[in-house]
Design a protein around this ligand. Structure first.
Ligand code: ACO
Length: 441
């Protein structure tokens, strides 16, 4: 493809010419430019004008929407929310502020922040009848299975916020999901360990409330460590949004049909569950335990490099980052703070993780493929130290990512050009053939 045309912005007349070398047909494609990031060939008219489709399974070269929420430069290892770097937000902000920023586009004033926090706080209780849902699951159900079910069920309880054409209802649904997710996550945990559910408390911050509902028991006072609450809040910030990843795209695709927001977020949770996405933090810990000792690192690195072995180095590599994931940098630091606070400074898994990281980053295979630690590499170690069982790791990711899903869903619904997402395919099956009756097969 040859690029033609002069300078300018998205509205300018830059074009690229696509030539079909077999037929000689040519098509002028507009070239769009975002405020940051690479230029984009606009192929929306391709099918209408040529009858052809593009082929991009895995969407490695496809921009599925225009969005003003999050920007990632994978080469630089840069992540911005509404223009603010993730490092600065993790250092100076808090999760409620980041939620407001993602939803509304700007950092809140003092009054806006207080009002937002109050709205989130006062929606944190679940409809009491939701408890029957939890009780209907097997005790050993994975908490992600419980979460997918419980969040989907919210649409059966909150009918007054499922009309997606009403901006007020959209906002109430957004607040409800951000607010109720910690309650659902904590209840999923309590149910799995057979402890009584702990109701939310309005005098606690978002992160404190979640720790309280998860770890408190009715028989004794629960003291919340400020260091752990801060670490929890930071983990929430680092997972809040990440552009058009698999689960966010799932939410957008589900929402593009006009489905209610609770159902869309349940779809996002299902997508996040897989080990190639949000399930990786659990997989990292399992891998570190399997490796067991620094001496065995070379053996596992060889397995990760062997194409005949399905083993991959979990927590390494990313579709977009071809540099250190900036969230992993922050979490590496947090891991030390949390383990210090808990008196677990000499945690063998953290030692093993750092040694594995050091060796992998010097290994040609990982260097050539630009495989760096991602956000999941250190989060499992922190969460384990804080007392969360492995099965809860992805649940925590879902809890934090809810605001990103909701913000992206809202942005899509509010886009006047929004249409149902309906990709096409490269068909490789049979052509038309006559039906064969059962007795002739
Ligand atoms: N270990 C060993 N080799 C790897 C790894 C890994 N973790 N990741 C990628 N590679 C290799 C691939 O085998 C491939 O090698 P090749 O070019 O010789 O065939 C090359 O690096 C490119 O990898 P792809 O699979 O094409 O990259 P893709 O963008 O499709 O996958 C993914 C990205 C799924 C994250 C992958 O790196 C992976 O499976 N990592 C481990 C799981 C993980 O940590 N997931 C969390 C992602 S972050 C998140 O969801 C929050």
């Amino acid at each position: 493809m040859e690029q033609t045309g002069g300078g300018g912005s998205a509205a300018s007349q830059k074009t690229a010419t696509l030539t079909d070398n077999e037929t000689g047909d040519q098509l002028e494609l507009p070239v769009l430019e975002g405020s940051l990031g690479p230029r984009v060939y606009d192929i929306r008219k391709l099918h209408g004008q040529t009858g052809a489709f593009t082929y991009d399974p895995g969407f490695t070269s496809t921009g599925s929407c225009a969005s003003a929420i999050t920007f990632i430069d994978g080469e630089k290892g840069q992540l911005l929310h509404r223009g603010y770097s993730i490092e600065e937000l993790a250092e100076n902000s808090d999760f409620m502020e980041v939620c407001y920023l993602l939803l509304h586009g700007e950092l809140p004033t003092r009054e806006e922040k207080a009002e937002f926090e109050s709205a989130i706080t006062y929606h944190s209780m679940l409809h009491e009848q939701m408890l029957y849902f939890f009780r209907g699951f097997r005790r050993d159900a994975h908490p992600m299975a419980v979460m997918v079910g419980a969040v989907g069920a919210l649409s059966a309880f909150y009918h007054d916020s499922t009309d997606i054409t009403d901006p007020h209802q959209r906002m109430v649904a957004s607040h409800r999901m951000i607010s109720k997710m910690p309650t659902i996550a904590a209840m999923a945990y309590k149910f799995s360990v057979g402890q009584p559910f702990i109701y939310p408390r309005n005098d606690l911050s978002y992160a404190e409330n979640f720790l309280y509902m998860t770890f408190a028991v009715p028989t004794e006072e629960y003291t919340i460590s400020p260091t752990l609450a801060r670490a929890m809040d930071r983990i929430f910030i680092l997972h809040a949004d990440h552009e058009q990843n698999a689960s966010t795209s799932t939410v957008r695709i589900a929402g593009s049909s006009g489905a209610n927001p609770f159902a869309c977020i349940a779809a996002g949770i299902a997508s996040l569950w897989g080990p190639a996405h949000g399930g990786a933090n659990q997989a990292v810990l399992e891998m570190l335990e399997e490796i067991g000792h620094k001496d065995r690192i070379p053996e596992f690195l060889e397995r990760a490099k062997d194409k005949n072995d399905p083993f991959r180095l979990m927590g390494f590599g990313h579709r977009v980052y071809k540099n250190y994931d900036p969230r992993a940098q922050v979490l590496r630091q947090s891991a030390h703070e949390v383990l210090d606070e808990l008196g677990k400074r000499d945690d063998p898994l953290l030692d093993l993780a750092m040694e594995l990281e050091r060796i992998a980053l010097e290994d040609d295979y990982f260097v050539e493929r630009k495989l760096f630690p991602n956000v999941d590499f250190y989060s499992g170690i922190i969460l384990k130290a804080m007392g969360f069982p492995r099965s809860m790791f992805t649940v925590l990711f879902a809890l934090a990512r809810t605001v990103g899903w909701v913000a992206q869903w809202k942005e899509m619904i509010e886009d006047p050009g929004q249409r149902i997402s309906r990709p096409r395919q490269l068909y490789t099956g049979y052509g038309p053939r006559p039906y064969v009756p059962l007795d002739q097969r």
